[in-house]
Design a protein around this ligand. Structure first.
Ligand code: FPP
Length: 293
């Protein structure tokens, strides 16, 4: 359905995929619906099964998964998603066979080298979370130069979770807080949820509004454990290499019909009467706090 157009170096400002009219219309109706999630996080699962279903090596699944990454990044940017966070490699993934790990690292490096110019031209800012020090040196150096190149961009913030685990980030934050308490920089009374969040690697991102997981598994797999507390979850049977923009639009359509209550009642959310003013004010403050990070 989509194919790559020709990019003239230094000239093209738009994404190089030639966009069909039907897709433009679909995007327009989503945007007009005014319910585009500000932050979408994705657990890209099912690459191995996609390959296995075709009697191909697992790595072919990862390679095809890259086409989905491209399509989802591009379409998120086009519809005005502000933050997209992709779980590309977990700390637990280091336990996979050497060959697969090496392939994934190579794929990541190639993705960055091949795509950075286009990402940059489209005002995308690249960001990472995870134990970046454990990545191979050549991957780290490409990552650093891509982040440096795009650091002033003001469009979509694309965060790659690499060698990441939610528990790891929580423990890391606790260690840093304890160390700051010991040095007298922080007193235990200062520690509340907001303060704790400021130590997490995600401290510049708002909490995800929507978590998408492909391949039908109902798990969080150690992804953004703190940050997903009030996110809407969307699980699809599609395997990641099959997940493309139309599947993304379905997830957003599902999200747009949800009522986010943040622990309150449906009546509190919908009641517009004067008696409910205080509660409404409270809800607004909760929403503002949630959205302001
Ligand atoms: C999970 O599928 C997927 C991964 C561990 C890697 C995801 C990587 C990519 C999509 C490509 C590279 C991405 C970027 C951003 C450059 P799985 O292997 O666990 O699948 P399975 O559960 O079917 O075995």
């Amino acid at each position: 359905m989509f194919y790559k157009g020709i990019v003239t170096k230094g000239y093209t400002l738009a994404w190089s995929t030639i966009q069909l009219e039907e897709d433009k219309q679909h995007q327009k109706s989503l945007i007009e619906g005014n319910k585009i999630p500000r932050h979408i996080a994705v657990i890209m699962d099912g690459n191995g099964r996609w390959a296995k279903n075709r009697s191909l090596p697992r790595v072919v699944g990862h390679k095809n998964g890259l086409d989905s990454v491209r399509d989802i990044v591009e379409s998120c940017d086009q519809i005005g998603v502000k933050y997209l966070t992709l779980y590309a490699f977990s700390i637990e993934n280091w336990k996979r066979p050497n060959l697969e790990v090496t392939f994934l690292m190579k794929l990541l490096r190639q993705y960055l080298e091949n795509e950075i110019e286009e990402l940059h031209q489209n005002n995308v800012r690249l960001n990472t979370i995870g134990k970046i020090s454990s990545l191979p040196k050549n991957v780290r150096s490409v990552l650093n130069s891509c982040m440096e190149k795009t650091k002033d961009n003001t469009g979509l913030v694309l965060t790659l979770a690499l060698s990441y685990s939610g528990r790891w980030d929580i423990v890391r934050s606790v260690q840093m807080i304890v160390s700051d308490v010991r040095r007298g920089k922080v007193s235990p009374e200062d520690i509340n949820e907001e303060f704790f969040s400021s130590y997490l690697q995600t401290n510049t991102l708002p909490n995800p509004d929507l978590l998408i997981r492909t391949s039908g598994e109902m798990r969080l797999s150690n992804f953004l454990l703190w940050e997903l507390a009030y996110s809407e979850l969307y699980v699809t049977e599609s395997l990641w290499p099959d997940f493309r923009r139309n599947d993304l639009y379905k997830a957003i359509e599902s999200f747009s019909k949800r009522e986010r209550r943040f622990g309150m009642t449906s009546e509190q959310i919908t009641d517009n009467t004067d008696q409910n003013k205080d509660t409404k004010g409270y809800i607004q403050r909760v929403l503002d706090a949630f959205n302001s990070r």
